[in-house]
Design a protein around this ligand. Sequence first.
Ligand code: UDP
Length: 235
Amino acid sequence: MKYKRILLKLSGEALMGERQYGIDPQRLAEYAAEIKQIHDKGVEIAIVIGGGNIFRGVAGASNGMDRVQGDYMGMLATVINGMALQGALEEAGMQTRLQTALKIEAIAEPYIKRRATRHLEKGRIVIFGAGTGNPYFTTDTAAVLRGIEVGADVILKGTRVDGVYTSDPEKNADAVKFDYISFEDVLAKGLNVMDTTAFTLSQENKLPIIVFDMNKDGNLLKVCEGETIGTTVTI
Ligand code: UDP
């Protein structure tokens, strides 16, 4: 395996499957099966999951809600997704721990870096919920932050597109995919990989990001084996 310890970022919207809202149990089971393939190979797995399938602070604010209130609701949404994913992973036979940036002691451990790394060493999958615990941030930023903290080798951003393109492939037939691109070139070309805060944090800490299609069978395993899947963003 090319990567020994990974931080997998899944968006909340990915959990919707074909639905318009919420969580698709079928999609959850598929993700659990993909994750099991790399778990069986001994990859240490930390996961950050988004909440966009349930609630986004920005959307609340655009409807007149207080932004900070909305952001905390978004953070709680990520905990719901984290619990759903935890259930699916355990159903598939893996040991997991859910750690949250906001304390919800009846259902999750509070985030403690040393504890999280110990779980990883023991082969438990650690899901980080509630983002960074702060409003005005995103779960992409949480993914990079936790990735750096636990010493992940790479951030794997599992999405429904298969990488970073010269322009939006859904709008432009001429769009070309990058296999590799530098952080600097992403910025110079105005491409969108993650929000600026997350992206800069990754760049400053020299933590590579791989954007890949998580919905394609076996892709996660191939990425961990070092195959050129998706787009790798490096220094
Ligand atoms: N959020 C936040 N702080 C964080 C992470 C998330 O306030 O550190 C809130 C924010 O409102 C965000 C929502 O939680 O819109 C859901 O997270 P995100 O939009 O990143 O989820 P995704 O797009 O990955 O599904």
